[in-house]
Design a protein around this ligand. Structure first.
Ligand SMILES: Nc1nc2c(c(=O)[nH]1)N(C=O)[C@@H](CNc1ccc(C(=O)N[C@@H](CCC(=O)O)C(=O)O)cc1)CN2
Ligand SMILES: Nc1ncnc2c1ncn2[C@@H]1O[C@H](COP(=O)(O)OP(=O)(O)OP(=O)(O)O)[C@@H](O)[C@H]1O
Length: 202
């Protein structure tokens, strides 16, 4: 990871990558199940016509069942592919077999997949992250991919999924950060204040 933002962000990222990695596998499996159920039962997911979801790798909160359920229920289902510096696009999947290892070995949509238009108000984007605070400030791997992509589609619904140990005190915030509306953990659904109240609170 190079040029990944402020030193403070780098330290917090490193710390939380360690915390996430150290979750025992049985606890992780149980948390993945609970996070998935909470998300699948939410009106955000039930009402979404299309779902733009990351494909988990390493120790990220698992998205495999979310992708499968989304496809099974006939929602347009898209996954991200990195195309260049700070640039990614989403591509529609027909099945989870349309994924093959790409950027950093993350499963990405294969070339035959059709590029998805920017998500509109009937779309739900499911965001990854290494740490979050309760106001929705988010730390990724430091590539700036989600901030850049989501700044192009302010209309869509944004949900993050994460293990409860990834929720932290206030994170440093930059003007280009695009925050989720809600965060689902295995313990709760955190509703994040939106722009207006955010400024008042901080
Ligand atoms: N599953 C998933 N897909 C995603 C993202 C993500 O966060 N998660 N991204 C969100 O922006 C984009 C990819 N961004 C990335 C940026 C940097 C690294 C990276 O440096 N990975 C290292 C270190 C990981 C670690 O220490 O755990 C590696 O794989 O070795 C990976 C992905 C698009 N696709
Ligand atoms: N829209 C932008 N304009 C200018 N610089 C940006 C923009 N978005 C991100 N950056 C820069 O890119 C780098 C990575 O951004 P940031 O730390 O916010 O990524 P991240 O949210 O951790 O990663 P990701 O979105 O890929 O999960 C930082 O140096 C940041 O200042």
């Amino acid at each position: 990871m190079k040029n990944t933002g402020t030193e403070e962000k780098k330290d917090i990222r490193k710390q939380y990558l360690g915390i996430r990695k150290s979750i025992p596998s049985d606890v992780r499996a149980d948390a993945d199940r609970r996070i998935t159920e909470r998300l699948l039962e939410s009106s955000l997911f039930l009402e979404a016509q299309s779902v733009y979801c990351y494909v988990s790798y390493g120790h990220e909160a698992d998205t495999r069942r979310i992708l499968e359920e989304s496809l099974r229920r006939g929602k347009k289902t898209a996954a991200p592919r990195v195309l260049g510096k700070r640039r990614m696009e989403f591509f529609f999947l027909e099945t989870t077999e349309d994924l093959s290892p790409g950027f950093h070995s993350i499963p990405e949509p294969v070339t035959k997949c059709e590029m998805a238009p920017l998500p509109g108000s009937d779309a739900l984007v499911i965001m990854p992250g290494t740490a979050f605070d309760r106001k929705g400030a988010r730390l990724g791997y430091g590539g700036g991919y989600y901030d850049a992509y989501l700044s192009r589609c302010p209309e869509c619904e944004r949900a993050a999924i994460a293990y409860s140990v990834q929720i932290t005190q206030l994170l440093p915030r930059e003007p280009h950060d695009v925050r989720p509306h809600v965060i689902f953990t295995e313990k709760e659904m955190i509703v994040c204040p939106q722009e207006q109240d955010f400024r008042e609170i901080r």
